[in-house]
Design a protein around this ligand. Structure first.
Ligand SMILES: Cc1cc2nc3c(=O)[nH]c(=O)nc-3n(C[C@H](O)[C@H](O)[C@H](O)COP(=O)(O)O)c2cc1C
Length: 202
């Protein structure tokens, strides 16, 4: 099958992206607006970049009309966000927070989640998530502004909070964290069938 992005309809291009890059980790991003309202939404176009300084990024895509997602509006306005990690236990509530509520409606309330104060940034963290990465905005890179256009949001992690329940021997235990991954369509992956593969020696 040969596929040329120049001739592929937009929906098929998106479908190809999310089926090829799979499974994807999920940044469950909490923000506040200039008006003080809180917002929470999942983003699976998400990855770490480097550890010195500790940087992560995620990509809010514009909607069909080219409008910015509330998360991007808030990040641009207040320059801070928290990446909470979605787990098996929080999957259903995480999904609930992806509904398109009007600006200012808090997904914390809609999904029955608990906002807790963060240590170094103003957006609250999600109590039900075992890992919080508190971030200061480093840079946004807007690649396109029309429908399905994208902006990369790059943040510097200024504080990390990990629940004792998933912290074993000085590191996060994936077996206890049970992070989930997003695949194509409405499919998700569990991480309970992991295997080890030591790095080869040259
Ligand atoms: C697991 C999951 C991953 C998602 N990943 C993205 C993403 O990477 N980029 C994006 O623009 N939307 C993504 N979405 C959709 C947004 O969460 C959704 O548009 C949400 O309403 C945005 O909220 P906001 O307008 O409050 O920022 C994802 C949804 C789910 C359920």
């Amino acid at each position: 099958m040969d596929l040329d992005p120049a001739t592929l309809p937009l929906a098929e291009r998106y479908g190809l992206m999310i089926s090829v890059i799979s499974p994807r980790p999920i940044a469950w991003v909490s923000t506040i607006g200039a008006d003080g309202s809180t917002n929470l939404a999942p983003f699976s176009f998400f990855t770490g970049i480097c550890a010195e300084p500790m940087m992560v990024c995620f990509a809010p895509v514009r909607d069909r009309t080219g409008a910015k997602k509330d998360t991007l509006v808030n990040v641009e306005a207040t320059k801070q966000f928290v990446v909470n990690i979605a787990t098996e236990e929080t999957a259903v509530k995480m999904n609930q927070t992806s509904a398109s509520y009007p600006y200012g409606v808090s997904e914390f309330e809609k999904a029955g989640l608990t906002p807790v104060p963060s240590a170094r940034v103003r957006p609250p963290s999600v109590k039900e998530s075992p890992v919080h990465l508190e971030c200061e905005l480093h840079q946004t890179v807007t690649l396109s502004e029309g429908p399905a256009g994208g902006t990369l949001v790059i943040g510097r992690v200024v504080f990390a909070r990990v629940d004792e329940r998933v912290w074993k021997n000085g590191r996060i235990s994936h077996a206890d964290l049970k992070p989930i991954g997003r695949m194509e369509g409405v499919w998700y992956a569990r991480t309970t069938d992991a295997f080890e593969l030591p790095r080869p020696k040259p």
